[in-house]
Design a protein around this ligand. Structure first.
Ligand code: WT7
Length: 658
């Protein structure tokens, strides 16, 4: 099958991309002060492992030096910095205090209602130490799993670092996920503790978290304790046998804690992400290599100057972006950052720009979906704020269309700032393909070049590298320090999913094109994974949520292009005969059901009740045709359908129905 047909990018979008020839070279002033230089590419190309070794020595503090940079004797199971020992939390916190920077602000936290907290590195050291002592008192030790289900409050970062400090493994579950999603993640990792809060603020209202935890924990025998932060002061149900208030337990702990060195390959965390089947994959990241690449990329891709910059990544800690670019990378670099609890448009659409102005943010890292939303709201809103502190802008999560890129640079960046479009994944742990500010002449819409130390290729079906000007599949051809080590508890699935399609190489699941200069343009997923507002959701996961509803017989879900969110979820549903016409509110009922099963982010944008689904003779649903319907396009080839008249039935039903 042709790559352009498999990806969700329409031909129009694709040809627009390939005619994009604007280029934004770095200004001489920026280049002169940049952390990154062109020499990094040469150094890494000459000896990749020696390059990583130098970075590891310069950027991190090790208790014991490694005996081998990379052990790739048993691929695809990699070991980086073999026998090396370090403490990740010490690297992120204590060493900055020891270096005399204890008074530097680590986190400017801004609550949605307008309250704020400032934590210096010395404050963070005390808080993380207390939390580490508290975890120990609760019986959590090295290698134990801790689920973290928190809003965007400092305790989220503190909890993660406290786990890292004692060698416990965290599994952060995004607060927007349902009780069932939390339960299945707790079960898969056999977590013994959940850290949560009564709730957090969303769109001006307290939004509860504890009830979902109660529901999940009731069905989770592995959980021994639930540690609860008080944030909203909402009423909560309380079970004395396992619930513990954070302020009761953590606040009375000693603020002294001696970090122990852990093995470079000790698991730092598990983070669940959607794959092509219904069961989320627990992506396992380890310590030394992960921290190194998060730190190295944060310093070079964002040109971070820890003494003067104010950095802000708008992601939630529930996603990998929050792990690598709110917690580990920035803190290991000793950065000063903003952490914001709430939604971009509360109390009004200019909230983000107020935050940039208030804290004089100089580096902003966000997602294309947010940029497109701001574009729709108009330039007047950011135009009323002073954004002159900004000097680097980043984008992540999905392909950024050139118009949004150019708007971001012009309106937010004052026609002055470099924009870095950073490609990576939960699995890669850190940025892999991105321009380097001060070095690369940026092309709007392209992630362009693998970073120094990273080797990527675009190849065809047979696994051969495509020539410039052609499209194919993105593969990573050499192991990298922050690569996932496996899928938690499922080495087979790890091998099948990533390492089987192309012998010896990592298959990312993305389509890509190399332009005439060899620069890489990402085109979207080539599997059944949707990307909605930069969040990865599998079609199968939404389908299984739908068929778990008693009125649903069968369903097929596709990601349809959406101007703002990249893709929107569109579901085609066949009702059971016993459900009749389903009743007037059936669509709403099903949307809510999906939100309850997975979380509000998975709520279909549209549900169409249909009499049949288009299937091939072997019974495979032809999503391509459903995407045509969802995007109001003329239908593609229907010849391979078992029953080519099915599409008429579907479109007739839809025109009558609505
Ligand atoms: C998928 C990974 C990386 C953190 C956020 C998402 C898409 C990510 C880009 C980009 C085009 C991108 C890919 C990738 N993606 N960044 N700059 N350009 N596509 O992490 O949930 O693991 O999703 O997001 O399709 O495979 P994730």
């Amino acid at each position: 099958m042709d790559i352009e047909e498999q990806t969700n990018v329409t031909n129009d979008a694709l040809s627009n991309l390939l005619h994009e020839d604007r280029s934004f070279p770095p200004s001489p002033e920026f280049a002169a002060q940049a952390n990154a230089t062109a020499g990094l590419y040469e150094e890494a190309a000459a000896d990749r492992l020696a390059f990583w070794e130098r970075q590891a020595r310069e950027l991190l503090s090790w208790d014991t030096e490694w005996s081998q940079v990379l052990d790739w004797s048993n691929p695809p199971f990699a070991k980086w910095f073999v026998d090396g020992k370090l403490n990740v939390a010490y690297n992120c916190v204590d060493r900055h205090v020891e270096a005399g920077n204890g008074d530097r602000v680590a986190i400017h936290w801004e609550g949605e209602p307008g309250d704020s907290r400032t934590l210096t590195y010395a404050d963070l050291q005390r808080e993380v130490s207390r939390a580490a002592n508290a975890l120990t008192e609760l019986g959590v030790g090295h290698g134990d799993r801790v689920a973290i289900y928190l809003p965007m409050i400092p305790e989220a970062a503190i909890s993660m670092l406290a786990c890292a400090r004692i060698g416990a493994i965290h599994s952060v579950v995004f607060g927007g996920f349902s009780a069932e999603a939390l339960r299945s993640r707790i079960e898969d990792a056999q977590a013994k503790l959940v850290i949560t809060a009564d709730g957090g603020y969303r769109r001006g209202k307290p939004s509860a978290l504890k009830p979902a935890v109660d529901e999940a924990v009731a069905k989770s025998p592995s959980i021994e304790k639930v540690l609860v932060v008080r944030r909203t002061e909402q009423e909560v149900d309380w079970d004395e046998s396992h619930d513990v208030w954070w302020h009761d337990l953590v606040d009375r702990q000693s603020d002294q804690h001696t970090p122990e060195a852990h093995d470079s390959e000790d698991t730092l965390y598990i983070l669940y992400t959607s794959g092509t089947t219904g069961k989320p994959k627990g992506i396992k990241h380890t310590s030394g290599g992960y921290l190194l690449q998060a730190t190295y990329t944060h310093r070079n891709v964002f040109d971070l100057k820890p003494e003067t910059d104010v950095y802000w990544c708008t992601a939630d800690v529930g996603w990998v972006t929050g792990h690598s670019y709110i917690v580990y990378g920035p803190l290991a670099n000793g950065a000063t950052q903003v952490m914001y609890e709430g939604t971009p448009d509360f109390p009004e659409p200019g909230r983000w720009w107020d935050i940039v102005e208030k804290y004089k943010v100089s580096i902003l890292y966000t997602a294309p979906t947010a940029i497109r939303t701001f574009m729709k709201q108009g330039e007047e809103i950011p135009g009323r704020r002073d954004l002159s502190s900004l000097r680097v802008l980043g984008s992540v999560g999905e392909p950024i269309n050139p118009e949004a890129w150019v708007w971001y640079r012009r309106v937010i960046g004052g026609d002055r700032t470099p924009v870095v479009d950073t490609w990576w994944q939960t699995e890669t742990g850190a940025i892999m393909i991105s321009p380097l500010p001060g070095v690369t002449a940026a092309k709007p819409g392209s992630a362009q070049t693998p970073l120094p130390g990273i080797v990527a290729e675009v190849c065809d079906e047979a696994g051969d590298a495509v020539p410039n000007g052609h499209g194919g599949y993105l593969v990573l051809t050499e192991p990298w320090p922050s690569m996932l080590r496996t899928i938690w508890g499922d080495d087979e699935r790890f091998i099948d999913t990533y390492w089987s399609r192309f012998e010896g190489r990592y298959f990312a699941g993305d389509g890509a094109k190399k332009d005439d200069d060899g620069d890489i343009w990402l085109l979207g997923r080539v599997d059944d994974v949707m990307n909605v507002s930069g969040h990865r959701i599998s079609t199968t996961e939404v389908e299984s949520a739908l068929v778990s509803h008693p009125k649903v017989a069968e369903s097929a879900v596709v990601g349809a292009s959406d101007e703002t969110t990249g893709q929107g979820i569109v579901a085609f549903v066949i009702l059971r005969a016993s459900a009749g016409d389903g009743g007037a509110d059936v669509v709403q009922e099903l949307r809510n059901h999906v939100a309850k099963e997975i979380g509000p982010i998975a709520k279909p944008r549209q549900i169409m009740i249909v009499p049949e689904l288009p299937k091939t003779r072997s019974g495979k649903i032809m999503r391509r045709l459903l995407r045509d319907v969802a995007e109001n396009r003329e239908l593609g080839d229907v010849q391979t359908l078992a029953d080519p008249t099915v599409m008429n039935l579907i479109s007739d039903g839809l025109s009558k129905g609505s």
